[in-house]
Design a binder for this molecule. Structure first.
Ligand code: ATP
Ligand code: MN
Length: 255
């Protein structure tokens, strides 16, 4: 009961932080009754010790900070009510792992959440630094919090870098794209400075947001990889990196 109150007060806290009325609506949409029930259950099981504030409000999901039994957690909650799930449809319906799900919005969102968990696991096994995936339950994904003392690590987009630092981060990103492709059989498919965090302790990248990542069997996998390559090169061009997209695209796929 104490835990329930903690979740409720976290809910209030996150509401209080969001002054803007559109955002307020979004926050209300995220904590629907089924979602709250799962959070209570996870809290009773000891998976979540306390909910914290809102880290991010995205198009389809909200991310919250939470305390786990032994480490900090990030809880990504896909909104059932207000998500633009049509985009999800295109990614998931052609993925052989998810062809037999019923074509219903809720089921697509649940499958999407499980897919993100699986993609993170595969990426981690391939040696790509990602938040450690912990569990997926319906529309809720629990993973390792990448940050310190409740402050998430910055996005690549918001990091100020010297050219040399940028070059070494770029090289690791390319290596991660190659490991994803070669070892995990995956293409991130939404890779950009918005979905890469930077660990300020060692200036290394962390890939996040892998719900839309596809296996190489996906008919558009190479097209998505090419787009990822273009996004990364566009961002790093300001640091003097001038690789050609065609060359990098080939390098990632080379033996
Ligand atoms: P959508 O496409 O549905 O809008 P999103 O872009 O909102 O998804 P993410 O990119 O996964 O979802 O996460 C949103 C933000 O939350 C990130 O930019 C990052 O700042 C923060 N975040 C996500 N995962 C973690 C994590 N494991 N640790 C710390 N911060 C995280
Ligand atoms: Mn994102």
């Amino acid at each position: 009961e104490k835990k329930i109150r903690r979740i409720d007060s976290a809910k209030d806290k996150s509401r209080a932080r969001e002054k803007d009325s559109d955002r307020l609506k979004v926050e209300e949409n995220v904590f629907d009754v089924p979602t709250l029930k799962i959070l209570y259950t996870l809290s009773n099981k000891g998976v979540i010790k306390a909910m914290g504030g809102s880290i991010s409000t995205g198009k389809e999901a909200n991310v919250f900070y939470a305390e786990g039994p032994d480490k900090e957690l990030a809880i990504k909650i896909y909104r059932i009510a207000s998500s633009t799930f049509r985009a999800m449809d295109a990614y998931i319906m052609k993925d052989p792992r998810f062809t037999n799900i019923r074509n219903k919005k809720r089921d697509i969102i649940f499958a999407w959440t499980r897919k993100e968990l699986q993609n993170l696991k595969r990426a981690k096994s391939a040696g790509v630094r990602v938040p450690e995936p912990i569990l997926a339950e319906k529309n809720i994904l629990i993973m390792e919090f990448m940050g310190e003392k409740e402050a998430p690590y910055p996005l690549l987009k918001n990091t100020h870098l010297e050219n040399e630092e940028a070059k070494s981060i770029f090289d690791i990103i390319v290596e991660y794209m190659r490991l994803l492709y070669k070892k995990a059989n995956l293409v991130h498919a939404d890779l950009s400075e918005y979905n890469i965090l930077i660990d300020p302790n060692n200036l290394t990248p962390i890939f996040i947001d892998m719900g839309q990542s596809v296996t190489l069997e996906h008919p558009n996998a190479r097209e998505f990889l090419y787009r990822d390559v273009q996004n990364i090169l566009r961002f790093f061009s300001r640091y003097g990196i001038k690789d050609k997209p065609e060359d990098l695209f080939k390098k990632i796929q080379a033996e």
